[in-house]
Design a protein around this ligand. Structure first.
Ligand code: HAM
Length: 422
């Protein structure tokens, strides 16, 4: 039996790579527009980077790929990008930068041992940003705007921005106690996971995939925000209004990771192609993570987009309507490939993507290849052209064919392109 990919992993074949790169290129343009610099952190870190004391998220407690190659160190394949970026921020003392906040972006593979299904893999890619060093509602609104306009620029319809606040440490502590008191009498009616969450982190119960529709969960008390947190959230909404971002408040949105404080948000798709995995991206503010990682007491905020989910949606909404194409295909009818070879290289060094025949095939077969590769220009080279130092140049859009001197070839093709696009 030939080998196959491991369950929950997949190949990105060349056609899909074109689409993946289109999404990544646009994301990089957005990083640039909003002043973010790209960072790359290692695929694996010490487990403690991701796992904090009393962590209750499914990601940390159930889904991490943890291993110990030397029987001593516990290492983990990163399940998400934020923790590694904050580790790097602290390790490299970026908090000492004259210009805070530090704005970092990444496009990286993540690993979670989840049950695979459409839009949920064990290896997947996140495009994320982290803005670390300042806490201001203006930043929260800007980050949500960046993500929202990225999705809208792609042309996706039917996206909803959901926002909520988890309050500051004080409000959250009070809320957790109120939730524990509320849920305790119903303990037996909750799933086994939620029974464990009851004392450790009752906020997680609101996010439970099993108990989500349980009336007890639906009727749970709402959070009472401290004055500071309430004002903060009002300002975030105010700036989102100014920026004309259509958002909905979802007071049950708590997010699946433990580090969030104050603003949290998700962008979900209403397109049925996304199935049960409708969240395209999610994020929020984290007041305590930098300190927990050994840095000073400063806040950060960020989000991550799931690229695979985005690709499913772009496919369903026919966003990818482009064909892979090359600039030139060189047809060689000479006895040797020498002349065609040197012309091909000359074209590439003038930035024309170029392919040529390697096998001395018939004229018909070579023309067929040029069509399959969507070549814009076909250059036909026979014994006469080689002798006279010319080529026959065919423009496949206008279907015009002409003989061009070799040393005027690049200039002529530039001219034809210019005329066509004028
Ligand atoms: P997250 O909600 O766990 O947040 O993941 C962000 C996005 O990654 C999800 O909305 C989804 O699109 C994608 N995703 C997550 N798990 C999978 C999976 N198994 N298969 C495919 N896609 C998946 C975070 O990871 C946070 N680090 C985001 C963040 C950045 N918060 C602050 N800064």
């Amino acid at each position: 039996m030939p080998y196959q990919t491991v369950k929950g992993t997949y190949d990105l074949l060349p056609d899909e790579m074109v689409k993946f790169n289109m999404l990544a290129d646009l994301f990089r343009q957005f990083l640039n527009l909003y002043g973010y610099s790209e960072i790359k952190t290692p695929v694996f870190e010490y487990t403690g980077v991701f796992q904090k004391e009393n962590d209750t998220s499914d990601m940390v407690t159930k889904e991490m790929y943890t291993f110990s190659p030397n029987g001593k160190d516990s290492l983990t394949l990163r399940p998400e990008g934020t923790a590694g970026v904050i580790r790097s921020f602290v390790e490299n003392k970026m908090y000492g930068n004259a210009e805070l906040p530090v704005k970092l972006g990444y496009i990286e593979e993540m690993f979670r041992h989840e049950r695979p299904q459409k839009g949920r893999q064990r290896q997947f890619t996140q495009m994320g940003i982290e803005c670390i060093g300042d806490k201001d509602p203006l930043i929260d609104a800007e980050i949500i705007t960046l993500g929202y306009f990225y999705i809208r620029t792609l042309g996706l319809e039917g996206v909803k921005v959901l926002i909520n606040t988890l309050g500051d440490n004080e409000s959250r502590l009070r809320y957790k106690k109120a939730l524990s008191d509320y849920f305790r009498p119903y303990k037996d009616e909750l799933c086994t996971d939620c029974q464990n969450r009851l004392e450790k982190n009752p906020l997680r119960i609101l996010d439970c995939k099993i108990d989500h529709e349980n009336e007890i969960v639906k009727n749970a008390p709402k959070m009472e925000l401290s004055d500071d947190s309430a004002k903060y959230f009002e300002k975030v909404k105010h700036y989102l209004d100014i920026l004309a971002i259509p958002y909905e408040i979802d007071d049950r949105l708590v997010r699946g990771l433990d580090y969030y404080t104050d603003t949290v948000f998700e962008v979900v798709s209403t397109n049925e192609a996304s199935g049960s995995q409708a969240t395209i991206f999610g994020g929020g503010r984290y007041d305590n993570l930098v300190k927990e990682m050994g840095g000073p007491e400063i806040s950060g905020i960020g989000f991550a987009i799931g690229v695979e989910r985005l690709m499913i949606l772009c496919e369903a909404e026919e966003i990818f309507d482009f064909k892979k194409a090359i600039d030139c295909y060189v047809i060689n009818m000479c006895k040797t490939p020498d002349y065609a070879l040197s012309i091909s290289e000359e074209l590439r060094s003038n930035s024309f993507s170029t392919e040529m025949d390697y096998y001395g095939r018939s004229l018909k077969a070579q023309f067929k290849s040029s069509e399959r590769k969507n070549a814009r220009f076909v250059l036909i080279i026979g014994e006469d052209e080689e002798k006279e130092n010319t080529v026959s140049l065919k423009d496949t859009l206008t279907r015009a064919q002409e003989t061009v001197k070799r040393d005027e070839l690049v200039e002529r093709m530039d001219q034809l392109l210019e005329d066509y696009y004028e």
